[in-house]
Ligand binder design. Structure first.
Ligand code: SPV
Ligand code: MG
Length: 292
């Protein structure tokens, strides 16, 4: 059912064209991202945690991440990139979770080299502890060995820059993860300018394509990233939940201010639009065929 999407994502890694993925945390948001023309969807742990009003710090169980992925992949015809955080434990844990995310329909998995339980990357003063390089190589190898479909991509994410360990350590780690079999390397930075990431990309001596998450340095555009040549994927990490929070706050505030609904009505999608997004046409066709 998901094989075409897996093939499409694997092909995108070496296509020479930048693949774009928008964050989502539920199937409706995922469908809207596809509708807007993103190449794929990022099943963001940050967004999932935020949507439960808890920190992105290994607090929600793996089953919540898995169910989000299953539900989103079920409505998508573009690839889903699953954020599996640290792999929810060690290489043994990874060996057991990879088949589950594969069965859920993920076309790629992103696993980061932080220790479990993790803290979120972009928070000021976060607890950023990295596991040993050899330990994470074992986790990458375990992920690659545990997949059934060879087109399922394993993306190793280094948090060396996030942890303040510098470019040399980030490159050392990324090369070690490539050697362990990673199909691509995600390198994350929380610097407010693109300089740190641009320096990493320029210095990257590996063959594996790179993945960037430009949340902290939004001035770097897709055109800039494509021109770098070594980056295959850009992930927009948290813009769905931030857009939603802005919209919810504004509409709720206005209804309280006005003491009624008339003021917000013109700016909202109609109920009919939401019904359509629910897949109403499909249910109507079932009704016609089978309800007697
Ligand atoms: C996420 O969206 O869950 C990510 C990206 O992992 S970040 O929050 O920037 O670490
Ligand atoms: Mg995450």
């Amino acid at each position: 059912m998901h094989h075409d999407k897996h093939r499409a994502f694997r092909a995108a890694l070496s296509s020479g064209q930048l693949f774009t993925a928008m964050a989502a945390h539920n199937p409706l948001v995922a469908k809207l991202a596809e509708e807007a023309g993103f190449g794929g969807v990022w099943a963001s742990g940050f967004e999932l945690s935020a949507s439960h009003a808890v920190p992105d710090a290994s607090i929600l169980p793996m089953s919540s991440h898995l169910e989000m992925c299953r539900a989103m992949a079920a409505v998508l015809s573009v690839p889903l990139i699953a954020d599996v955080d640290t792999g929810f434990g060690n290489a043994v844990s990874v060996s057991y979770i990879v088949p589950q995310f594969e069965a859920a329909g993920a076309s790629a998995l992103v696993m980061e080299d932080k220790s479990f339980p993790k803290d979120t990357s972009l928070r000021e003063g976060g607890r950023q502890e990295l596991v040993r390089i050899e330990e994470f190589q074992g986790k990458v190898e375990a992920a690659c060995a545990a997949r059934d479909n060879r087109d399922l991509c394993v993306i190793a994410r280094t948090e060396a820059l996030i942890a303040g360990r510098g470019q040399a350590e980030a490159i050392r780690r990324a090369l070690a993860y490539e050697e362990a079999g990673a199909d691509a390397i995600l390198v994350h930075s929380k610097q407010k300018t693109p300089d740190e990431i641009l320096a990493f990309v320029a210095a990257w001596p590996g063959r594996a394509p790179l993945v960037l998450v430009p949340t902290a340095y939004p001035r770097l555009t897709e055109r800039d990233i494509a021109a770098l040549g070594k980056v295959a994927v850009v992930i927009y990490g948290n813009h769905a939940i931030r857009a939603a929070v802005a919209a919810w706050r504004s509409v709720f505030r206005q209804i309280r201010q006005d003491g009624g609904l008339l003021g917000v009505e013109p700016g909202l999608p109609t109920v009919a639009e939401i019904v359509e997004l629910q897949g109403d046409a499909h249910m109507r066709s079932i009704e016609q065929r089978f309800l007697r």
